[in-house]
Design a protein around this ligand. Structure first.
Ligand SMILES: [Cu+2]
Length: 143
């Protein structure tokens, strides 16, 4: 009682798998979709693939919300007169967006850049030493 698959069907499946394995976007049917071949040197409307948040002399993280494209990074600058331990939400686990934990403990005058944020989502952050200080809370929106 063995069922034999028609040869034509098997070939169709093989073609479908091959097309899917191409990852899409490379097909000749859609010439309007841009690929990643655009040189990054173009000055017109640069993608916001990076952003900087600065803790000012007033102890406020500004801007409190930044938006970047997927794969981008965010630099945290500490211009306050004391250290800040900047981390991903939630406190105290810091597990939501581990990329932000690269900031870590920043001495006055120090800055550090996150890892690449590759997933579209919103990442909250805070100062681990002052988790309830609203001036040191904010969000990174990845689009
Ligand atoms: Cu914390």
């Amino acid at each position: 009682m063995t069922k034999t698959m028609p040869a034509g069907f098997a070939a169709a499946v093989a073609v479908a798998v091959t097309v899917a394995a191409c990852g899409g976007g490379g097909g000749s049917a859609a010439p309007t979709s841009p690929t990643a071949t655009t040189p990054p040197t173009t000055p017109t409307t640069p993608p916001t693939d990076s952003a900087t948040i600065t803790i000012g002399t007033d102890g406020r993280a500004t801007p409190s919300t930044v938006t970047i494209t997927r794969g981008g990074r965010v630099t945290m600058v500490n211009n306050h007169n004391r250290p800040h331990d900047m981390a991903s939400d939630p406190h105290p686990e810091h597990t939501a967006c581990p990329e932000l934990n690269q900031w870590g403990f920043l001495q006055p005058g120090q800055s550090r850049t996150s890892s690449n944020l590759n997933t579209a989502r919103t990442c909250g952050f805070h100062d681990h030493g002052e988790p309830n200080n609203a001036n040191l809370k904010g969000s990174v929106i990845i689009q």
